[in-house]
Ligand binder design. Structure first.
Ligand code: GLY
Length: 351
């Protein structure tokens, strides 16, 4: 498992990590935006300055097999060996695809991740899930490949838009909801955390520690790791609905809304307190806006949840729900009418 830490000097942390890993060569994978905006902030790193670098197409568009081949070409032409390390500097797409390319090259090179987005720092860069999109399906091909180290710094967050910060923040709220009520109440005061970089950095570090702990106990998502999916069954359905309508929302915004659906189901099935539900609804409306679906989208959204790739059986979505904050329950399968009831309540509460 990777040892994670927050650093105030990312350039030095990258150099010392590579020295500790005794890498004979480092190949840097990034994307063209990060190359322009974030790499200059790491100008003091000998490794960043001197390593062969590939800057891939930014965004989901570049998350495919062709890009993996480009990364393999770069590793080949750089003379990478099994002692080499792939350094992924970027958001979730870069750490996913760079990790996947490394997992298969010469049957597995070590990776170090330096996430440059809040979403990447609190989720994608940690835990070893890597992959690419295939035939229109997100993360359809992939592998579990644990990074040797994840270096986290708040430095790149300064260049993120409010929308990108809020997207990552949704995964932080999710983490707090399944693990720690006091932490949830701390994060609930979003402006106070987001507008204060040291505070945000500390909160990120706590989220990464919580995720690391979960992943250490269940690296291949056989059970406990499913707590990390809180809000994602409805969240993925909303994300795909809005994408299909040509009106996409960020992953985090979809998850923030998916969490309310999960809390409504938690209320219906497990007696989750209604005042906690209403408290979360107020947070959602304040920072993530109104409903992502209309009544006429009901069948589409239910179908998407029925065919979620995390389900073991079609039509039986396995939700992660909460008995109370900090008390998650995995593999909860609501009836079709409970799902519709939760979605109707969600629309009513957020319209
Ligand atoms: N993104 C959830 C996980 O890493 O399991």
């Amino acid at each position: 498992m990777a040892e994670n830490y927050l650093t105030l000097n990312p350039a030095a942390a990258i150099d010392s990590t590579m020295e500790a890993l005794d890498a004979d060569k480092v190949v840097l994978v990034t994307d063209r935006n990060v190359h322009k905006i974030v790499l200059p902030l790491l100008a003091d790193s000998k490794i960043v300055n001197s390593s062969p670098t590939i800057a891939i197409t930014p965004g989901e568009e570049g998350k495919n097999l062709e890009t993996v081949t480009e990364i393999w070409d770069k590793l080949e032409e750089s003379g990478a060996t099994r002692r080499s390390v792939v350094l992924n500097i970027g958001g979730g797409v870069v750490t996913d695809i760079g990790g996947f390319a490394a997992s298969a090259y010469k049957r597995g090179l070590r990776t170090v991740n330096f996430p440059t987005t809040l979403l990447g720092a609190v989720d994608a860069a940690t835990g070893g899930k890597t992959g690419i999109n295939f035939r229109g399906l997100k993360n359809e091909i992939g592998a579990f490949h644990m990074p040797s180290k994840v270096i986290i710094s708040a430095t790149p967050f300064k260049s993120l838009s409010r929308e990108e910060l809020l997207s990552g923040y949704a995964e932080m709220i999710k983490t707090a909801l399944f693990s720690d009520k006091e932490f949830y109440l701390h994060l609930y005061d979003l402006d106070n955390v987001v507008d204060d970089m040291p505070k945000l950095g500390k909160a990120v570090e706590k989220c990464v520690c919580i995720k690391d702990d979960v992943v250490a106990q269940d690296p291949n998502e056989k059970g406990l790791r499913k707590v990390l999916n809180l809000g994602h069954t409805a969240g993925h359905a909303f994300e795909s609905l809005r994408m299909g309508e040509g009106n996409p929302v960020t992953h985090g915004k979809a998850v923030a809304h998916g969490i309310l659906v999960a809390l409504l189901l938690s209320h219906i099935k497990l007696g989750f307190e209604s005042y906690e539900l209403d408290q979360y609804r107020r947070f959602l409306k304040a920072y993530y806006g109104t409903s992502l679906m209309r009544c006429e989208d009901m069948e589409k959204v239910v179908n998407k949840m029925n065919s979620d790739k995390k389900n073991r059986t079609y039509g039986e979505p396995a939700f992660t729900l909460l008995q109370e904050i900090g008390e998650p329950e995995i593999n909860c399968i609501p009836t079709q009418s409970e799902m519709k009831e939760a979605l109707e309540l969600y629309i009513d509460m957020t319209s």
